[in-house]
Ligand binder design. Structure first.
Ligand code: ASP
Ligand code: MG
Length: 436
């Protein structure tokens, strides 16, 4: 059974929603995972923020504006009065719920309930639409089988145990529709897999049912070998290994939720990135294997802060790095890049929520320097320890640009450079021209 996931833009208008059947073959047994209609989760996040801030008037105004959008959405989606009525019931139900929250104590629990409405609405509307045009389908409630544990880690075994019987209940049905992004947490409350989490849902389902393939349908023809917004003439990458895809998904290429690679990798489920606008384009296939001897792609991640800690006490000392890392651990701040010398260590973070506190503690070790507005440039390819020449090619291509940090050898398929964000466009273009 295949799993097909369609993102917010792929269901972003009634027209687009109808066109999904150009891609979905209702004769094939499959699970279709849908995101919320594009823009909806952002609006729901604003509604949640307004409620959390106690601003009920603002929440009501935002809810009203969103409802107006859905009223026109269903007006175009449905042709027959009977189904338009059903669509209206769906909308009324979910917006009544959103409005009713103004009477309650509003905590992050209610906020997650708000965030869940987008996927609940999109899938139900699509289900009703399929009914109208006479395509049989089953609406599977993701909240019945998607679960995260106490550490917010998704539980694949739980999915297998709870989803399989739901599928078995409908042996005659081919098409199953379910919500991306939403799940229950260890308290049984409604929760989510973080923004962009519908990809993660699809790969978790793929792992849970041992799917033959997970297809992620977006609006670009696969992962490109450089940022197409910045560099001209980028190409989709035909094939990537899970490791390479994970590096790229994390560093920049917004097309795939980074964590979604891991369940697919663990359970060896091929993932295909495909383009709703151009369904016959080959896209990117992510599997266990890696093409040898190639530099595959370049990605960039902005908003990076570099921290340098210099201390003569580091010289010949053991336990120094551990104490440095513990500071970051205490503030739940993850480190992306690290380079060391005998008397100093530089590392990067992207979450600066606790930077003041972190610096205050680091000053206990020695001097601390901060560089903001940095960008990590990540070059992905086959850089195994027995390879030579690749690092030289990368450095040759960037010799006119100041480099703050270089990281090589951390894995077999990544070389990272830290630069000033203002140099990003130039470095991406220069690498592209010289490496591809
Ligand atoms: N609707 C959610 C979001 O916008 C999840 C997703 O689209 O993947 O983040
Ligand atoms: Mg997405």
């Amino acid at each position: 059974m295949k799993v097909l996931k369609f993102g917010g833009t792929s269901v972003g208008s009634p027209e687009r929603m109808k066109r999904l059947l150009d891609i979905i073959d209702p004769a094939e047994r499959q699970i279709v995972v849908l995101s919320a209609v594009s823009g909806t989760t952002n609006s729901l996040a604003e509604i949640g923020q307004a409620y959390l801030a106690g601003d009920k008037n603002k929440a009501a105004a935002l809810i009203g504006a969103l409802k107006v959008k859905y009223e026109s959405f269903i007006g175009e989606l449905f042709g027959k009065e009977e189904y338009l009525d059903q669509g209206r019931e769906v909308i009324d139900y979910h917006f009544l719920l959103l409005n009713s929250l103004s009477n309650d104590l509003f905590t992050t629990i209610e906020e997650k309930l708000v965030l869940a409405q987008g996927e609940l609405i999109s899938t139900t509307l699509y289900y009703v639409y399929l009914k109208e045009i006479g395509v049989p389908s089953v609406l599977l409630p993701a909240l019945d089988f998607m679960k995260i544990d106490e550490d917010n880690e998704p539980m694949v075994d739980y999915i297998t145990e709870h989803l399989t019987p739901l599928l078995d209940k409908h042996p005659e049905n081919k098409l199953f529709i379910t919500q991306g992004y939403i799940c229950r947490n260890s308290f049984g409350e409604i929760d989510n897999l973080r923004r962009g989490g519908s990809d993660y849902t699809a790969s978790l389902i793929g792992a849970g049912i041992n799917s033959e393939e997970v297809q992620i349908w977006t609006d670009i023809d696969g992962m490109h070998n450089n940022d197409p917004r910045i560099v001209k003439g980028t190409q989709p990458i035909a094939q990537l290994s899970f490791d390479e895809a994970a590096e790229l998904a994390y560093f920049g290429a917004k097309i795939l939720h980074p964590q979604s690679v891991f369940p697919a990798q663990k359970y060896k489920i091929p993932v295909r990135l495909l383009n709703t606008m151009d369904p016959h384009a080959p896209g990117t296939l992510i599997t266990d294997t890696s093409e040898k001897d190639r530099i595959k792609s370049i990605a960039a991640k902005d908003g990076i802060t570099a921290i340098k800690i210099q201390s003569s006490r580091m010289l010949l000392a053991h336990g120094f790095l551990r104490r440095v890392f513990e500071v970051f651990e205490r503030y739940r701040t993850s480190i992306d890049m690290i380079t060391t010398s005998e008397v100093a260590v530089s590392l990067t973070i992207d979450d600066t929520t606790y930077i003041e506190e972190i610096i205050a503690e680091l000053l206990g070790f020695g001097s601390v320097d901060i560089d903001k507005n940095q960008t990590i440039i990540c070059v992905v390819g086959d850089f195994g320890a027995e390879k030579h020449g690749y690092a030289a090619r990368v450095l040759e291509a960037v010799k006119h640009i100041p480099l703050r940090m270089i990281s090589y050898g951390g894995s077999d398929h990544n070389m990272s450079l830290l630069i000033k964000t203002k140099d990003k466009t130039e470095i991406l273009r220069s690498l592209h021209n010289r490496l591809f």
